[in-house]
Design a protein around this ligand. Structure first.
Ligand SMILES: *Cc1c(COP(=O)(O)O)cnc(C)c1O
Length: 421
């Protein structure tokens, strides 16, 4: 049996049947912004492996960091033991975020789980029994059960899991558009918080861009309002920057568009430059002090692979690469090209709207029946994107060339204009 037959027979893919009813492409190699398939063809990567490969694939410095670390110490348990790479990475994360206390864990969803537990423990430490969270419609915070419970109930199909999921409180998502008037959603938020504050531990948001739940770019004043309300009612503000973090929106963290510091931030995806699975929950000193000085006196979480040295070593190097290059002008340049090329999709019959910020470009269609055709067309033309439903979008590595980026967007637009409706 060749490996592709084994894959078909035995291997689950994300949100899929087994075997998959749609084609799964066999990748044999990656390099920089290229994906090589086993039939010898190559694709320009328009997804950066789900927001993670910000420096592209096989970056020499990242590869070296991993090769060096594997000879020194591939892994060591984190309970009662520590190592230099975890300390260095945590210091970097504190300096970048202005926060103080770092919990290193396995994946984005797990960091959201830990963030929710931390917020509950913080409230509990002050004698407050608060087990609910306020979240937004269209939110996406991960696939594990607690993370799912703060995802948009419709998008993440809460009903499949019946009464298993805790019921949280959802408020109207901010209106789409960085400069859009968001007074209505802010009013809804204020009312929601006033009504529910006594039962809530915190508010969780994806600042500036709601990712997988709709690729919705919104006004920073909404983020400011979340901060204000959290301060007023002593709620924990959780900023889930797993998708937006490390420069994707043109700021190192999207909260910075609103000049706001959350109490808890989650990061993941680009943390290791897309090399290893790792995420982090980062909190203020007040939160870690309050939990540590409480009766229980400990944050109750501890995954087996916490602080994995391989992941830490490549994360350190990825952050070094990022902070040592002029990433802002690269991201701004990418944003400009996205704006120019997406403009050409605006008049098309199937297109509802286009939007972009930083390295993120989105075309929203009027209906969701064309995703597969568009993906197949792009692959045929040498471009890798993976639309979901109505959303045809691209997130690119900061090293992508102008020609490559223009080709990615032009091909997306071409695919859409080809469809006869
Ligand atoms: C991807 C994502 C997650 C989940 O991260 P995983 O590593 O896939 O578990 C959580 N929140 C946001 C905003 C994300 O984009």
């Amino acid at each position: 049996m060749n490996w592709q037959e084994i894959d078909k027979k035995h291997v689950w893919h994300p949100y899929n049947s087994l075997p998959s009813k749609t084609s799964i492409l066999p990748v044999v190699k990656t390099d920089k912004t290229k994906i090589f398939l086993d039939d010898g063809s190559e694709l320009i990567d328009g997804m950066s492996s789900w927001w993670s490969a910000i420096h592209g694939y096989n970056n020499e410095k990242l590869n070296d960091a991993l090769k060096k670390q594997v000879d020194i110490m591939p892994h060591i348990m984190f309970g009662g033991l520590s190592h230099e790479k975890a300390a260095i990475l945590s210091k970097q994360l504190c300096e970048l975020t202005g926060l103080n206390s770092v919990f290193l864990c396995d994946s984005g969803s797990v960091s959201v789980e830990v963030a929710l537990k931390t917020a509950i423990q913080y409230q509990e430490a002050q004698g407050k029994k608060r087990y609910k969270f306020i979240s937004l419609e269209h939110a996406y915070h991960g696939d594990t059960l607690a993370a799912m419970s703060v995802c948009d109930p419709q998008n993440s199909m809460h009903s499949i899991y019946g009464s298993y999921l805790p019921k949280h409180i959802f408020t109207k998502a901010p209106e789409i558009g960085f400069d859009s008037d968001c007074s209505e959603s802010i009013k809804a938020l204020e009312e929601c918080v006033e009504k529910h504050q006594k039962e809530c531990a915190g508010i969780i948001i994806e600042p500036i861009v709601q990712g997988a739940g709709g690729m919705r770019i919104y006004n920073p004043s909404y983020v400011k309002k979340v901060r204000e309300l959290c301060d007023k009612y002593e709620l924990i503000m959780i900023a889930d920057e797993i998708a937006t973090g490390f420069g994707h929106t043109g700021k190192m963290f999207a909260c910075q568009w609103a000049d706001v510091k959350p109490d808890i931030m989650t990061v993941g995806k680009a943390l290791t430059g897309g090399y290893m699975t790792m995420a982090a929950m980062i909190t203020s000193k007040n939160i870690s002090d309050t939990i540590s000085n409480s009766k229980l006196g400990a944050l109750m979480h501890g995954p087996t692979f916490m602080g994995n040295p391989l992941a830490c070593s490549v994360a350190i190097e990825s952050i070094n690469l990022l902070t040592q290059m002029d990433w802002k002008s690269k991201v701004n340049n990418i944003e400009k090209i996205f704006s120019e090329e997406l403009e050409k999709a605006k008049g098309l019959k199937l297109v509802k709207s286009v939007r972009n910020i930083g390295v993120i470009g989105v075309i929203e269609l009027k209906d969701n029946s064309h995703a597969q055709y568009i993906q197949d067309y792009c692959v045929q033309k040498g471009v890798w994107i993976r639309p979901f439903g109505k959303l045809i979008y691209s997130i690119v590595a900061y090293i992508i060339s102008e020609d490559e980026l223009r080709k990615v967007v032009k091909t997306m637009v071409e695919a859409i204009s080809n469809i006869k409706s």
